[in-house]
Design a protein around this ligand. Sequence first.
Ligand code: E4P
Length: 218
Amino acid sequence: MKIFLDTANLDEIKNAAEANLIDGITTNPSLMAREIKRTGLESDAILKKITELVSGPISAEVVSKNLTEMVEEARKLKKIAPQIVIKIPMTFDGMKAVRRLNREGINTNVTLVFSANQALLAAKAGATYVSPFVGRLDDIGNEGMNLVGEILTIFDNYNFKTEVIVASVRHPKHVKEAALMGAHIATIPYKTLNQLFKHCLTDQGIIKFDNDWKDANK
Ligand code: E4P
């Protein structure tokens, strides 16, 4: 399973990229707004810097709502770097934009997906990626990961090439379940990436090895 980092924070991306564990990045308007405020940089400059740190796909989301404006905004974003993937919200106009961008060879990531039918429509429109938001479904008392299972089954039934990005990840259990289900990608916050390294027995083991070593080398 590929791991994307779900952040626009340049420090987080730089640090994660150094470990060579990150296959791509996803951003959204909230994450971009946070980084604009933190750095004072403009959004295009932030995206450009991200593309210099990570060589894989970088999702940048359109903020326009209607078809013509979404397509124009997508074309501008795509000019920042070839690896930019256009994130489009799951709406009727959004799926028309996906179809049009697909014909122009521009990769898309359909976002804010909360049902299997929405994912089916995104795949039929020709989306490169579809992003079910598991954490936000959990937040309202649903089982977010069940949706991922449904989407994987549907895509498998009809041999859709669209890849599933498990998004709105809240904790390591989401990541493990995504991998067990065979999701193509999980996009995870920096905090969750750090949690993936952790196990209390690893910490205890390091302390014990250290103590034993010091004891024998007094
Ligand atoms: C995914 O592409 C989104 O940027 C993200 O996963 C949303 O996560 P949130 O529900 O934690 O905001």
